[in-house]
Write a protein that binds this ligand. Structure first.
Ligand code: DGT
Ligand code: CA
Length: 363
């Protein structure tokens, strides 16, 4: 039986959540902002509703730019992010998706894959009906709109969910894959970013149809075997990755804006150790142990970078957290060219602290 996979993505997620609790915002340009601790309008736009996007506001641009672009709109609204509230909304929406899936894979706060092959018996008609039903239920219960891509695999469904937004439903049946992909820009392929696009541009290749002229050996030579082969298959709509059962993973993190942009090891380490302490306090308070540790940079140009590692055993030990975070910092700085603006620490893969089950509890 041919698989049928949904990719579901919520429209202008943070901004839409804000509209849900304040419906009067719906007619106004709404920008959700990550204000930095440096005060004033320092910080970046997390996302904006479609009215604000018409004026060129988008994720990642400085708040001051967004204000300038919306100067003519005196009804524009700038709100700080409220992650806790968005998480609540995510939970409600994911519950609806989960009960409608054979296999449910959580990807991020506003994104999930559903394998629904069995429940619709591999029938696309039934799949479309189910997609509409899910959209309706989420609209009624959570008041959110989403866009759904329906196809035989994760890759095409991901591209399809983004094809018509907001409130889209894009269905790509197996015999339509080639036609669907042909005119699209190569950037729609997940993993093809600005740099890769640039390299193809130099070769005069812009659409997926253009890219198909390149054989797999050339791609492998240019991009390495793994990436080359992935791209070769992706532009032909081939992707066998299974939808893997995964729920929202709880994690604890803390991120700060540094007093100054820097890539000085000593300065960053001091901040990092303090962040570790704060994350550790929360971990202790919640009786948790962690197995995965990560650090996160927001660089001066507002791009993100992160590194993480998995421990052999779960722990709740502060020194171990600090030691590993320090190692990650060293690794990251090794190839760091840009200065760092914000620094964060994250622990994940959490388990409950069970009495004295783990040796690290003693120390
Ligand atoms: P969409 O899906 O195009 O209608 O719009 P969004 O806002 O849902 O965009 P998406 O799916 O790329 O991202 C989901 C959420 O993640 C979004 O509501 C806010 C957050 N986000 C996205 N990009 C950035 C960013 O550059 N910085 C920060 N802080 N948050 C971001
Ligand atoms: Ca989204």
């Amino acid at each position: 039986m041919e698989r049928i996979v949904f990719h579901i993505d919520f429209d202008y997620f943070y901004a839409q959540c804000e509209e849900v609790r304040k419906p009067e915002l719906k007619t106004k340009p709404v920008c959700v902002c990550v204000f930095s601790d440096r005060g004033g309008d320092s910080g970046a736009i997390a996302t904006a509703n479609y009215t604000a996007r018409k004026y060129g506001v988008k994720s990642g641009i400085p708040i001051s730019f967004a204000k300038k672009r919306l100067e003519q709109r005196n009804d524009a609204v700038f709100l700080p992010v409220d992650f806790e509230y968005y998480s609540e909304m995510t939970k409600k929406a994911m519950k609806i998706m989960k009960k409608n899936a054979d296999i449910f894979e959580y990807v991020g706060r506003d994104e999930a894959y559903l394998d629904i092959t069995k429940r619709v018996e591999g029938n696309f008609e039934k799949a479309i009906h189910l997609a509409q039903q899910i959209k309706n239920e989420i609209r009624v219960e959570v008041k959110l709109s989403c866009s759904i891509g329906v196809s035989p695999n994760k890759l095409i469904s991901k591209i399809a969910s983004n094809y018509q937004k907001p409130d889209g439903l894009t269905v790509v049946e197996p015999n339509r894959i080639e036609q669907f992909l042909k005119p699209l820009n190569i950037r729609v392929i997940p993993g093809i970013g600005k740099k890769t696009e640039q390299r193809f541009m130099e070769m005069n290749l812009e659409t997926i149809k253009d890219l198909k002229k390149i054989d797999v050996f050339t791609l492998n030579k240019e991009f390495g075997r793994k990436n080359g082969t992935y791209m070769y298959n992706a532009i032909r709509g081939i992707n066998n990755e299974p939808v893997k059962e995964k729920e929202e993973s709880i994690q604890y993190s803390k991120i700060i804006t540094l007093k100054k942009d820097s890539k000085d090891y000593k300065f960053l380490l001091e901040n990092l150790q303090e962040l570790c302490k704060q994350v550790h306090d929360v971990i202790k308070k919640n009786n948790k142990m962690f197995k995965s540790i990560g650090i996160h940079f927001v660089q001066s140009d507002l791009t993100n970078k992160s590194k993480s590692r998995m421990l052999r055993n779960s722990t709740n030990n502060l020194e171990e957290l600090q030691k590993n975070a320090e190692q990650l910092l060293l690794d990251a700085l090794d190839s760091q060219t840009m200065t760092i603006r914000r620094l964060g620490v994250r622990v994940a893969d959490l388990t409950e602290t069970k009495g004295q089950s783990d040796i690290t509890n003693y120390f």
